[in-house]
Design a protein around this ligand. Sequence first.
Ligand SMILES: Cc1cc2nc3c(=O)[nH]c(=O)nc-3n(C[C@H](O)[C@H](O)[C@H](O)COP(=O)(O)OP(=O)(O)OC[C@H]3O[C@@H](n4cnc5c(N)ncnc54)[C@H](O)[C@@H]3O)c2cc1C
Length: 306
Amino acid sequence: MLRSVILAAARSDRVERLVETAPVSRDVVRRYVAGAALDDALHTSRELVSSGLAVSLDYLGEDTTSPEQATTTKQAYLDLLGALSAEGLCPPVEVSIKLSALGQLFDEKLAYQHAREICQAATNAGTTVTVDMEDHTTTDSTLELLMQLRKDFPDTGAVLQAYLRRTEADCRELAGAGSRVRLCKGAYDEPESVAFQAKLDVDRSYVRCLNILMAGEGRPMVATHDPRMVAIAEDRAKWFDRSPDSFEFQMLYGIRPDEQRRLIADGYTMRVYLPYGVQWYGYLMRRLAERPANLAFFLRSLGSRG
Ligand SMILES: Cc1cc2nc3c(=O)[nH]c(=O)nc-3n(C[C@H](O)[C@H](O)[C@H](O)COP(=O)(O)OP(=O)(O)OC[C@H]3O[C@@H](n4cnc5c(N)ncnc54)[C@H](O)[C@@H]3O)c2cc1C
């Protein structure tokens, strides 16, 4: 219930203006976001990499409505990949993109062209791209564009959301050799017709999907903070005789850092999803919706200065 309210607020321009102009403590945003500038992204990436983590950088922004905005987002990624390459950070740093930020909602071809340029720049830099998954109205389009991208850039990563009823079938489609698939639970407010609503049903779906990906020949990217899902993934890796370098764990920057370190110490690859940029509003609201306990922290800081 609270989750739906927060996600509804995330779509309200009025609430967005209110939150963005409130004296939000830097700490709230900084807890989940590297900072506003490219240099912030590079600085935090360097720190994470030096502590043994891999990184997927996300230039914040979504639901772009103009070609100019889409081009600006593409250029931000090209600049980012140039800088990562110059700094010797590729790999272990890759990028995550949102097709809606590249124009998908008004011109799919444009979004595809921009995504291609980003994939080419990533290849030149020696790293990869993962295509984030957004709300269910974009799933077909995103998977179609992903398949197009994979013709020339086969290591482009997909994201599948376990809360969608369709996802088990999508996992079967995408579990082939060389296929990088990030499995997450899903962060949007979806109707019952397409998505499981109860946490238990989402978790069960996650495990079924995990089984398919772990049994397959691709590279599962297990994106969850849920201790039970992490334990089941470790168990399945043993069951399916997977070496630790044939799959990876992923978590969001700022969430369960101790567990992130524990997984590295146990010999796993742990990739942190690290957003940066000024458009942090939608991202922050999804993180608050996932854990209403964070809301109290957030509301307290709305009233504080700095
Ligand atoms: C690397 C990565 C990439 C992602 N990409 C996408 C994407 O492309 N599309 C998409 O829809 N979703 C994406 N997500 C978000 C994902 O779908 C979930 O919304 C999010 O990960 C929370 O689900 P959970 O698996 O952690 O489990 P939950 O059931 O939400 O949480 C389980 C436990 O994890 C801890 N936890 C979870 N969230 C928080 C938090 N915000 N603060 C503190 N502790 C927390 C708590 O201990 C909680 O009890 C991504 C997540 C990750 C980690």
